[in-house]
Design a protein around this ligand. Structure first.
Ligand code: ADP
Ligand code: ZN
Ligand code: ZN
Length: 813
């Protein structure tokens, strides 16, 4: 090859585990920045790949050239390449698919460019000397605009990569990149600007003069804004433009996901603990990697700490990434951050349309957004120079991504901070066992906010034993007299009540009244839930649904008893019990529509809701100042799950829900109903005593060598045929044991548990088996799985049986 050939490392968006080297020649040489996509030959296909940088591979024989560079601007900064590599290695995922997963949806392989021939091109086709292939391409285009993929299909793969580029440079063709469905069309808005200030104003009408007055002070302003002051502006600006007074320009504007005006706020004066936390964290700014755990009780003002650290980071010219577990919380946090920081804030989460997400992504890349707030996938926000990563409610299990690339955004925040050499703040009122353990072994620095702001008290939590009302009927079965009295008092004072029940739907346990058979999902090993509002039984695992009028599968009886309380039923019961109260419900069923969460939050804020019923969605970090009573309907629902984290999750959930009470000026109280009043999770939650919980729980973990004293990797084996799946699981189990025996010394600390049938034996028609690998030596554990995967190739690439590798699994069921 000639000297003006360069070699680049490319990650291909296919299930392959390594990167590849390609060559590139003029005229693509100028375009080879890391972070851009390329079109590259792979086997007999052409696929999308991502440039990682110059190749480190020195063997350049017979390398294939890339066909094209697909982006004008990189989609991620080069600093993210090591991050992608780390993720691929640690989570055992194909590197190109890691990148594909990280980029905003819609940007991936399926976009295409549409090519149109220009007049110059038409003339060239007639008069220029052309190579046969160039002629063919132009002829194809004469028939009309054509997609790149169609061009390749019709002409074959012989089109040289540089050909289209050369055509474009010579002005023979124009190319337009589009996403399928054209979802990323930028939104344009009209802006007006004063043009000639010397023109006379006195002969103009009043409204026209007013418009020009506005422009004199504003320089440039959106027409929308002008219309607010001069309603007829739309019809006036055109003539003003023609007369030379002003210019109109279409400018790209960024879609605001919520579209509500937010008033700027002023930072409050921090209390002593907050001040200490902020200055401690700021001491470490621009001094490399440093991890903090901000351990602050509910309502202690953690968000204020994040914001003031963020302000310091921005002052130093670096960027801020804030992760939040739930979209509803993004809304709240976004408002607070926007009020403080204004336009430089952007949000990233799955509730945005593909176009909106693409916009936000570009704003970050172009340095217009310097603060990003988002759910777990925002850990991939394309910042080049982060100063702080904040993970709010760091204990929350929704940071764990299930399916596809299985990662934990909280853990990745620490990794990214280390690679970026910046600080990371994990915040929670109920830290995860893992994070607090890291404090005790000095891996993390603890920042602590032990008190609520402004001398507010933590709520008074009363435990009520549910066993006393076991035989009660109707609503009395679910709402104890104690809770009823408290609700009545609260409502009479005009304050708000929050009722927590971690089960959505109407009835979670429909049973045949004639034969006693439970209504079960066809595809899963689980009961259906009745959803009365949508008139259907639904499976919460696979989405299967059948009509609410269905009869028993076994005996055909139509007498179905609707046992098991869900939020829908609770809401109905409350409606008949508290006729005057305005009741709202917040769970996954009521929050699917865009804007519905904001509506619910607004109802609480402007006091048009008296009672809010909700699932764990309401437990998470919300700041509802008028709620003075929280009722926990049944604290035990998650306690009996067959998962070693059941206790940790229950404690977190209860302490968090309880923490929603009394966050305003009036004191709050909590009534916690339970069948297990003596359980230490319950009593620790009652005292909002994280340390007491931790001390107990860490003892169990140590005794059983569970995380944080070990790490786990779970193999999830699933297939449609029960016998085949079981056989496959056993085969894989045998491989594991054999491997361990062969390298007995090296894998001494490693434990192989299973294969066992999963607790949820069947989901969506797939039978499920599991093998759990556990070890105190992380390196050996990872080596083991790498070796297993390469030596049991056929078992991992079976046509009918899927084997997923879940590193640091969170849901073991
Ligand atoms: P947390 O996230 O710890 O639960 P927040 O940050 O939401 O707590 O703070 C609770 C409330 O207290 C918010 O309404 C916030 O505006 C207010 N707040 C926080 N810090 C202060 C302060 N130093 N002075 C006055 N109010 C504060
Ligand atoms: Zn029956
Ligand atoms: Zn199902």
């Amino acid at each position: 090859m000639t000297s003006d050939t360069r070699y680049i490392e490319v990650a291909i968006a296919l299930p392959v585990f390594r990167t590849f080297t390609y060559s590139a020649a003029e005229p693509l040489l100028e375009l080879l920045d890391p972070g851009k996509r390329v079109l590259a030959p792979f086997g007999r296909r052409r696929v999308t790949g991502y440039i990682f940088g110059p190749s480190r591979n020195l063997d350049h024989k017979e390398l294939k050239p890339i066909l094209d560079v697909l982006d004008e601007q990189p989609l991620f900064p080069p600093g993210m390449v090591p991050f992608f590599r780390w993720i691929a290695e640690y989570y055992k995922y194909p590197i190109g698919e890691v990148v594909k997963n990280a980029l905003p949806g819609g940007l991936n392989v399926y976009d295409y460019s549409s090519i149109t021939i220009t007049d110059i091109g038409r003339r060239a086709h007639k008069s220029e000397p052309l190579s046969p292939i160039a002629k063919l391409v132009l002829e194809q285009l004469l028939a009309g605009p054509c997609r790149l993929s169609k061009l390749f299909k019709n002409i074959g793969p012989k089109i040289p990569g540089a050909l289209l580029y050369n055509f474009e440079q010579s002005g023979w063709i124009t190319r337009k990149w589009e996403l399928s469905g054209a979802r990323t069309k930028a939104r344009l808005e009209r802006f007006v600007r004063l043009a000639d200030t010397s023109l006379p104003l006195d002969r103009l009408s009043k409204p026209r003069q007013k418009i020009l007055d506005i422009l004199k002070t504003e320089q440039e302003i959106a027409l929308k804004k002008v219309k607010e002051a001069v309603p007829t502006a739309a019809s006036l600006i055109k003539p003003l433009e023609s007369a030379g007074y002003l210019t109109i320009e279409h400018k790209r504007v960024y879609r605001d996901p919520f579209g509500e005006p937010i008033k700027p706020d002023i930072a409050p004066i921090l209390n002593r603990e907050q001040q200490k936390a902020v200055s401690h964290a700021c001491n470490y700014l621009n001094k490399g990697y440093h991890p903090f755990l901000l351990n602050g009780v509910t309502g202690s003002g953690k968000t204020e700490v994040y914001m003031q650290v963020a302000a310091a980071v921005l002052k130093k010219g670096r960027f801020v990434l804030v992760l939040v577990p739930e979209i509803a919380l993004i809304t709240q946090l976004e408002r607070r951050f926007r009020a403080r920081f204004g336009e430089c804030v952007c949000v990233l989460h799955s509730g945005l349309s593909a176009g909106e997400r693409y916009d936000q992504w570009t704003r970050i890349l172009q340095g217009q957004a310097t603060v990003a707030i988002g759910a777990r996938s925002a850990i991939f926000a394309p910042f080049a120079n982060l100063g702080v990563i904040v993970v709010d409610e760091e204990h929350d299990s929704s940071y764990k991504q299930e399916g596809k690339l299985r990662y934990n955004a909280r853990d990745l925040a620490v990794v990214r901070a280390k690679q970026n050499q910046c600080i990371v703040i994990l915040g929670s009122a109920t830290p995860s066992m893992q994070s607090y353990y890291n404090v005790t072994i000095n891996k993390f620095t603890e920042l602590s906010l032990p008190k609520r702001v402004e001398e507010r008290h933590l709520p008074d939590i009363r435990i009520v034993d549910l066993r006393q009302i076991r035989d009660a009927r109707g609503i009395q079965r679910f709402i104890t007299p104690e809770l009823q009295v408290a609700m009545k008092e609260t409502l009479e004072r005009g304050e708000q009540v929050l009722l927590f029940l971690n089960r959505r739907g109407y009835a979670s346990f429909p049973v045949c009244g004639a034969c006693g058979q439970a209504m079960r999902c066809k595809h899963c090993d689980i009961s259906l839930t009745l959803h009365q509002r949508s008139n259907a039984y639904r499976c919460h695992y696979c989405g299967y649904s059948r009509a609410a009028t269905s009869s028993c599968d076994i005996c055909g009886s139509t007498k179905i008893k609707h046992l098991g309380l869900g939020t829908e039923k609770l809401e109905d019961m409350l409606t008949s019990l508290y006729k005057k109260a305005r009741i709202a419900r917040m769970d996954r069923d009521t929050t699917t529509r865009k804007g519905s969460i904001i509506k619910l939050l607004k109802g609480l804020k402007n006091k048009s809701t008296d009672i809010l019923v909700g699932t764990q969605m309401v437990a998470k970090g919300h700041d509802f100042p008028n709620i003075t009573l929280v009722g926990i309907i049944c604290a035990d629902l998650s306690l009996s799950f067959p998962d070693f984290r059941a206790g940790e999750r229950t404690f977190q959930l209860l302490a968090q829900v309880a923490g929603r009470a009394g966050r305003g000026n009036r004191p709050g109280r909590v009534i916690l109903q339970t069948y297990n009043p003596e359980h230490f999770c319950i009593s620790a939650a009652q005292n909002q005593d994280f340390k007491a919980f931790y001390q107990q729980e860490i003892g169990f973990r140590q005794a059983l060598a569970y995380p944080p004293f070990s790490r786990m990797i779970q193999l999830k084996i699933s297939g449609k045929d029960p016998h085949e799946t079981e056989k496959h699981a056993n085969l894989l189990g045998d491989h594991c044991r054999k491997l361990k025996t062969i390298h007995a010394a090296h894998y001494r600390s490693l434990e192989i548990m299973g294969p066992i049938e999963a607790s949820l034996t069947r989901i969506a028609g797939r039978y499920r088996w599991q093998i759990l690998l556990k070890g105190s030596n992380t390196g050996a554990l990872h080596q083991f799985i790498n070796q297993l995967r390469s030596e049991s190739h056929p078992e991992f690439n079976h046509r009918r049986i899927q084997v997923a590798i879940d590193v640091d699994p969170v849901f073991l069921m």
